[in-house]
Design a protein around this ligand. Structure first.
Ligand SMILES: [Zn+2]
Length: 218
């Protein structure tokens, strides 16, 4: 567990067949956001219980099955709002969204109560964040940016030294390039928490990530 700044805490649980990072973050009053609960609900639940957290929302960076697999189980215990983009909402919880054999179609998917669009600002407990729409890996990818603590949760849009693939249904390399330009505009000291792999910073990626460097060309 790492304390980022002030009263915001974060714990990353790497779950499922694709080693997806579920991030649990919480404020000083134990209000928690669960970002991309992809699989292994019992392991995510352990973090919630161990820290006596109250889940105030589930934030989904995009609809792929490896990012939402544990949502029904966790939501049944913690009936907090589920937030996903307008573009990914229609298919994320439909039977087409599956990655057999590891991710069969979701049984009893939860209701989507927050439809995310670019530039929205949300405050849950003391956790203030902005939605950055970053299509490319999927049509409705979003990143969650927490300006007070200089942190961004990038899902499968930006990884350490890499970016998300764009050959899946609804993917677009051109859209991804435009999305990366938005992430380049964040302060260099911003910590990047990706959906797979280790943390990095915007500054490091601007210097070393081929895709982010390329996105700066006119
Ligand atoms: Zn994905």
């Amino acid at each position: 567990m790492a304390e980022i700044a002030g009263n915001m805490n974060i714990e990353t649980v790497t779950v499922g067949a694709y080693d997806e990072n579920c991030h649990v973050i919480w404020d000083g009053r134990f209000n928690a956001l669960v970002i991309d609960p992809g699989a292994n609900p019992e392991r995510i639940e352990k973090v919630i219980q161990a820290n006596r957290l109250k889940v105030v929302a589930f934030l989904i960076t995009h609809g792929h099955a490896d990012h939402i697999g544990a949502l029904p189980a966790l939501h049944s215990t913690h009936p907090a709002p589920v937030a996903i983009s307008r573009e990914d909402a229609p298919w994320a919880f439909s039977p087409v969204n599956q990655l057999p054999p590891h991710y069969p179609p979701l049984k009893s998917p939860p209701e989507i109560s927050r439809v995310l669009t670019d530039g929205q600002e949300w405050k849950d407990g003391e956790l203030l964040y902005r939605v950055i729409s970053t299509p490319g890996h999927s049509p409705g990818c979003v990143c969650f940016y927490f300006p007070d603590v200089h942190a961004v949760f990038t899902g499968d849009t930006l990884f350490q030294s890499s970016v998300g693939r764009t050959d899946l249904p609804g993917g677009s390399a051109r859209a991804l390039t435009e999305s990366l330009k938005k992430l380049r505009d964040l302060p260099d000291e911003t910590t990047v928490f990706p959906g797979h792999g280790p943390e990095t910073t915007i500054g490091i990626e601007k210097r070393t990530n081929y895709f982010l460097r390329r996105s700066s060309r006119p």
